[in-house]
Design a protein around this ligand. Structure first.
Ligand SMILES: Cc1cc2nc3c(=O)[nH]c(=O)nc-3n(C[C@H](O)[C@H](O)[C@H](O)COP(=O)(O)OP(=O)(O)OC[C@H]3O[C@@H](n4cnc5c(N)ncnc54)[C@H](O)[C@@H]3O)c2cc1C
Length: 411
């Protein structure tokens, strides 16, 4: 089935509304926050206003208080929100909370939805996701944290976690641990809802990283925690989705969860290209405006090409998701492309700014340090490329051509 490029009017309208929201409210609020450092005050005011305008939890169904947007409209909205670091937060669709809300919605019991999901949807609480360990990341089946029943209606967890984003800002942690060591590899692990703070979930530190940290970095959920899990008691009613379902549960998050950063990257790359273009139209070297240099025009052309491909990929995947089609191959390709695309565009924008680009007087340098993580999180490039490459071979063996694994169905 070929892609339908028609964007429904309702989706266009909501994109326009969010575009205005980001430009008129979020970007000015960034400045206010930088000056006042009053994170709670600024965010509370912003969120109240967003909610009054119906801008809240874009992909959450309306009966749960969200906007009920499908994958296409949501992708359009996320691409706008990425323009401001307050964009997603203002509409309560920030990571890692957002994808976890999806998981709770899909797999939570009535009790879990009432106790854990409701306050998340209301923006009263935040949640983090603790899967990766020092022992295992890309191949998460190497996780060592154990969960054992204590015979009194609880599981008791012991182990460690590493790089749990936003754990210091979270009220709840979704923790994965091994429950069934004898089961097949992907059925050994289960997911638990853990209330924080908790003496068994001991945040040792926020791991220092290469990302440029502003004064509000940790409180805004930017920190990545190292956690000791020691005799962590979790009531059985907090087991999410059943024993052994830890990996299977994550699959429904594919279209959005894995590409959320990529959607925001489009907005960031667009802003970087705008900054670069504004700069080169104002600056001259060797007696000639930079904008007249063909070499500079080529650099801008490469960025425009990258952005165009990125947008098309996201639209195609959203289209497939809307139509319930298998999107795993495109998702893996896009995950890698979008992470590398934003690197190239921001790097080019820095280059065109000269030393100014390297300074912290523009947002470019800080962005550059943040986006490096995207080639690692949600699966490193190599793991996706490995799977993508395997699918190419499989398609060839099956069809006598690799087209099906290379966007061939578009034509
Ligand atoms: C900023 C940031 C935020 C994060 N947030 C979270 C979070 O909230 N929750 C959470 O649970 N985790 C989180 N993570 C962890 C992240 O998911 C892992 O870092 C990632 O899965 C890679 O695991 P690893 O770091 O252990 O690398 P490893 O698994 O040790 O892999 C190291 C490298 O080996 C290569 N490699 C691995 N496997 C293959 C292969 N099959 N073929 C070829 N090459 C391969 C890749 O280059 C890879 O980068 C975060 C990480 C970062 C950097």
């Amino acid at each position: 089935m070929a892609i339908d490029f028609t964007i429904p009017d309702a989706a266009k309208q909501v994109r326009e509304q969010v575009r205005q929201w980001v430009q008129d409210e979020c970007i000015p609020a960034e400045k206010e926050l930088a000056e006042s450092k009053d994170y709670d005050g600024v965010l509370t005011r912003l969120r109240k206003k967003a909610r009054e305008q119906g801008l809240w939890c874009p992909f959450i169904p309306e009966e749960y208080g969200g906007m009920g947007l499908g994958p296409l409209a949501n992708a359009l909205v996320q691409m706008e929100l990425g323009e401001s670091h307050l964009g997603a937060l203002s509409m309560n669709t920030q990571g890692p909370d957002d994808a976890t809300m999806m998981t709770l919605l899909e797999h939570g019991t009535d009790f879990q939805k009432d106790k854990f999901l409701k306050p998340l949807l209301d923006g009263q609480k935040r949640i983090c996701y603790s899967m990766t360990e020092k022992a295992a990341g890309a191949d998460a089946t190497g996780m060592q944290t154990r969960a054992e029943k204590d015979g009194k209606g609880n599981y008791v967890l012991n182990g460690e976690k590493w790089f749990s984003s936003a754990a210091t800002a979270a009220d709840i942690a979704l923790v994965m641990a091994k429950t069934n060591p004898e089961a097949p590899r992907h059925q050994q692990f289960s997911t638990f809802l853990v209330e924080l703070p908790n003496p068994g979930y001991n945040i040792i530190r926020n791991i220092p990283t290469m990302a440029v940290h502003g004064p509000l970095y940790d409180i805004m959920g930017g920190g990545h925690a190292e956690v000791e899990i020691k005799d962590l008691v979790v009531p059985e009613e907090n087991l999410l989705g059943g024993e052994g379902q830890g990996f299977a549960m994550g699959q429904h998050r594919l279209a959005y969860g894995r590409l959320r950063h990529g959607m925001h990257n489009v907005a960031m790359a667009q802003r970087a290209l705008d900054l670069a273009t504004a700069h080169i139209t104002e600056r001259s070297t060797f007696g000639k405006p930079l904008e007249e240099r063909q070499g500079v025009q080529f650099m801008l052309a490469d960025c425009a090409q990258d952005l165009y491909i990125a947008r098309l990929m996201l639209m195609h995947i959203a289209y497939k998701a809307e139509n319930g089609m298998d999107l795993r191959q495109e998702n893996g390709i896009a995950k890698v492309y979008l992470a590398n695309m934003v690197h190239r565009v921001v790097d080019t924008a820095i280059q065109l700014h000269g030393a100014l680009g390297y300074s912290l007087d523009t947002p470019l340098a800080a962005w550059y340090t943040h986006i490096r993580s995207q080639r690692l999180v949600d699966g490193p490039d190599e793991v996706h490329r490995w799977r993508t490459g395997k699918n190419v071979i499989n398609a060839f063996k099956r069809d006598g051509t690799t087209a099906a694994a290379a966007g061939g169905e578009l034509l």
